[in-house]
Design a protein around this ligand. Structure first.
Ligand code: ADP
Ligand code: ADP
Length: 228
C-alpha cells in the first residue's frame, strides 16, 4: 500500500532529513517509527500525506505516485489518509461533535449520513456523552480521542499518527493505544511515530528505526531499542 523508492529530502536550509529511504508497507500493517529527535521521523511520515515533498525518489500510496500528483488532486489523497498529531489540532470554536463532523461537511455528505457516522465514531472512542463539550473542557486524553475520531470518520485505509501519546500521561496513553489497536483490527493501516518505549515493547508491531534520515532497522515485532 505504501512504497518508497530512493526517497531523498533536503530542506531549503540544506538539512537532509531523508537520505535514500526504501520501504514497503502492506495493507493492514501496524508500524512504529522510532528514532532520536531530529532523526527524520516526522519528515518520513509527512511525505506520505504530501505535507513534505521529496527532493527525489518515488512515493507510491495505493498505486498513486504522490510525488508527481497534481496540486488539485492533493485534497483527494488527504481524504484517504487520517492524520493524528501530538497536539491534537482541534478547532477550539467547535464542540466535539462539530470537530468530527467538519471532515464530512467539507466533502458534502448528507446531514443524515453525517449524524450516523459521527455518532458511530464517537461511540467507538468513548465520547458519546461529551459530544457537546468544547476542546478546552476536555482532558488531554479526551482531546486526543476526538482527534482520532476525526481522523477515522471518513474510514481511511491509512492512519498516520505523529507522537499521538507525546502529551499524555502513561495511563491515558494506554487508553489511546487501545483505540489504535481497535482501528487496526478493523483493517486500517497504522503508521505511528513514537518515543514511547513502554508501548513499543509491550504491544509488539513492526518497528522502523530512522536515524540521520536513513532506515537503520526494520523489524517485525521488534523492540524500541533506544534508551530515552
Ligand atoms: P524527527 O521527527 O525525527 O524529530 P524531523 O523529520 O522533524 O525529525 O527533522 C529531521 C531534520 O530535518 C532535523 O534536522 C530538522 O531540524 C529538519 N527539519 C524538519 N523540518 C524542517 C523544515 N520544515 N525546514 C528545515 N528543516 C527541517
Ligand atoms: P482521560 O480521557 O484523560 O483518560 P479519564 O480517564 O479520567 O481521562 O476520563 C475522563 C472522562 O472520560 C470520564 O468522564 C470517563 O468517564 C470518560 N472515559 C474514560 N475512558 C473511557 C472509555 N474507555 N469509554 C468511555 N468513556 C471513558
Amino acid at each position: 500500500m505504501i512504497v518508497m523508492k530512493n526517497v531523498y529530502k533536503k530542506y531549503s536550509n540544506g538539512v537532509v532529513a531523508a537520505n535514500g529511504i526504501n520501504i514497503e508497507i502492506g495493507r493492514g500493517e501496524f508500524v512504529y517509527v522510532v528514532g532520536p529527535s531530529g532523526a527524520g521521523k516526522s519528515t518520513f511520515i509527512k511525505m506520505m500525506y504530501r505535507e513534505a515533498i521529496p527532493t527525489s525518489g518515488e512515493i507510491i500510496i495505493n498505486g498513486i505516485n504522490i510525488g508527481t500528483l497534481r496540486e488539485k488532486r492533493v485534497p483527494y489523497l488527504r481524504r484517504k489518509i487520517g492524520v493524528v498529531f501530538q497536539d491534537f489540532k482541534l478547532l477550539q470554536k467547535l464542540n466535539v461533535y462539530e470537530n468530527v463532523a467538519y471532515a464530512l461537511e467539507v466533502i458534502e455528505e448528507s446531514p443524515a449520513q453525517i449524524r450516523q457516522k459521527v455518532n458511530d465514531v464517537l461511540a467507538l472512542v468513548g465520547l458519546t456523552h461529551k459530544a457537546r463539550m468544547f476542546p478546552t473542557e476536555l482532558s488531554g486524553g479526551e482531546q486526543q480521542r476526538v482527534s482520532i475520531a476525526r481522523s477515522i470518520v471518513n474510514v481511511p485505509q491509512l492512519v498516520i499518527a505523529d507522537e499521538p501519546t507525546g502529551n499524555l500521561d502513561p495511563e491515558t496513553s494506554w487508553e489511546i493505544m487501545k483505540i489504535f489497536e481497535e482501528i487496526n483490527l478493523r483493517g486500517t493501516t497504522i503508521i505511528m511515530a513514537t518515543h514511547n518505549k513502554e508501548i513499543v515493547n509491550r504491544i509488539r508491531h513492526r518497528v522502523i528505526a530512522i536515524d540521520g534520515g536513513m532506515v537503520t532497522r526494520d523489524e517485525f515485532g521488534g523492540d524500541y531499542g533506544y534508551e530515552s
